[in-house]
Design a protein around this ligand. Sequence first.
Ligand code: CA
Length: 226
Amino acid sequence: MKVLIAEDERRLSDALVRILEDAHYQVDAVYNGSDGLIYAEMGDYDVFVCDVMLPGRDGFSIVRELRHKGIATPTIMLTAKGELSDKVQGLDSGADDYMTKPFQPAELLARLRALMRREGAVVLDELKVGDLMLDLQTHDLTCVGKVVHLSYKEFSVLNLLMANARTTVTKDMLIDKVWGVDSDAADNNVEAYISFLRKKLSFVGSRSEIVTLRKIGYRFNFNEAK
Ligand code: CA
């Protein structure tokens, strides 16, 4: 289980990292809002623990941005004591739970377990972009009634491209996210999967396309369904 913590109070962050690592979670800690968003977008986290008041970018806007991009990582917001409206705003922004500071770090463990138990209920089960619908459970890709099944890697590549539609996704991002940071997957692995996906997009008759940006990566461009 991988957990991302965005919290600028070092002592609290260090305490959370320690207790989570003791409980055998893999933990990444970042200390400002911009890093929080970048890590949450790129890392494959099971849970995101996000402070509300962060330098750079506040926790609510991070979660809204993630949800907007189709990233459904279960999220616990950390709020300061007494800021009751934070709870409402936190849940509105797409957060799944919140904790009021100060709290016992051990309480976070209980919340994490609860969140993972109901993870199935909060995770989005499909991603719709343009004329395409990607089923995040079955890995079926549908376009106006026509369906094709994607292999796990094809699904992972297309999921990342669709979630970042109309923005550049570099080859390094794809390799890190789909094959893993430590993998020695080469560029031509990525190219092979892009080529499989183009065939499948064409098979279902989609007007969306994966554009190659030479020496950089790819961009998923879409047209609205007719
Ligand atoms: Ca803070």
